[in-house]
Design a protein around this ligand. Structure first.
Ligand SMILES: NC(=O)c1ccc[n+]([C@@H]2O[C@H](COP(=O)([O-])OP(=O)(O)OC[C@H]3O[C@@H](n4cnc5c(N)ncnc54)[C@H](OP(=O)(O)O)[C@@H]3O)[C@@H](O)[C@H]2O)c1
Length: 272
């Protein structure tokens, strides 16, 4: 199977490098500088998005939400019968469907811990997606961590806990020892993330998976990374995003649960 990845930035490049160990991967990015280091024995670079799509069975879109509409206009007519996976935060399957009418669509929300293969990865699918597609996508994203299929209506809650959660952990971890961080994860983060997940609509089983995977993946990334907790926090907390909304609550003395709820509220506002 040949996998095409549109957008070779933070997330697209992590996904491309990992998947290229198992599949043929073709990438394209409108920023030519990013592509300079992309070509390896296993990753090839397309000359355009259209050429990439023509040559791929599965397409992963990893561009920022604000670049999404322009991209969809460009590729609208060439995705017929293709399996398209979107990673863009806040862009609903319905919104994508309006432009990519004849594609089989999947939406995923990973967190940054996919960098160390310990990510929390939420997957929501449209009704055109076949059983076989689900198997393929599950197999693919299991390489990056724990996969959970969810109803799309839970995506904002998933973004708040699994996506922004690592940012809240790094906020705590900034001036702490490893022992203190571990205690915080066990005594504060995991119980509160689990309870919040349940209150937002996840089952108890799912809530435990989300809370533990987010905590363990964040710790692993911190320990394995050359970056400090502050640097990792900055990578996650994009301006005006869900993590920033939660961090503001924490800065003002709010609880972790309140931070999750603020992040979920921001995810709702950003969704379309
Ligand atoms: N970073 C995270 O932790 C995280 C977590 C979960 C989900 N996501 C989602 O993942 C997506 C990508 O995030 P990121 O942090 O990897 O962004 P990023 O580093 O900005 O990478 C996106 C790349 O796509 C390029 N691009 C934009 N429009 C394009 C087009 N029409 N055709 C080809 N390439 C195009 C951009 O080029 P220019 O720079 O020239 O615009 C940029 O190089 C976002 O939608 C985000 O919501 C990110």
């Amino acid at each position: 199977m040949k996998i095409g990845i549109i957008g070779y930035g933070n997330i697209g490049s992590v996904i491309a490098k990992k998947l290229s160990k198992f599949y043929k991967v073709i990438v394209f990015d409108k920023d030519k500088d990013k592509l300079k280091n992309a070509t390896t024995k296993k990753i090839s670079v397309a000359t355009s998005n259209i050429k990439l799509i023509e040559n791929s069975q599965l397409i992963i879109i990893a561009v920022k939400p604000q670049d999404f509409d322009t991209l969809l206009d460009e590729i609208a007519t060439c995705c017929v019968d293709k399996l398209v996976v979107s990673i863009a935060a806040g862009i609903s399957l319905d919104t994508i469907k309006k432009k990519l009418k004849d594609a089989r669509l999947i939406r995923i929300m990973p967190n940054l811990a996919i960098k160390v293969s310990r990510g929390m990865i939420f997957i929501a699918t449209s009704k055109e997606v076949k059983e076989k597609d689900l198997r393929v996508v599950k197999k693919l994203f299991k390489k990056f961590g724990r996969v959970l299929f969810i109803d799309e209506k839970l995506m904002d809650a998933a973004t708040a806990i699994g996506g922004s959660g690592p940012g809240f952990i790094y906020d705590f971890a900034e001036d702490k020892t490893q022992k203190e961080i571990k205690q915080y994860l066990e005594k504060v983060f995991i119980p509160q993330a689990k309870d919040t997940a349940i209150s937002l609509g996840f089952s108890k089983r799912e809530a435990v998976i989300i809370a533990k995977t987010t905590a363990e993946g964040s710790l692993k990334l911190l320990l394995d990374s050359k970056l400090s907790a502050s640097d990792l926090k900055k990578q996650i907390a994009s301006k005006g995003g869900t993590t920033e909304a939660g961090l503001l609550v924490l800065d003002n003395g709010g609880s972790l649960k309140e931070a999750f709820l603020a992040a979920q509220e921001r995810a709702k506002q950003l969704s379309r």
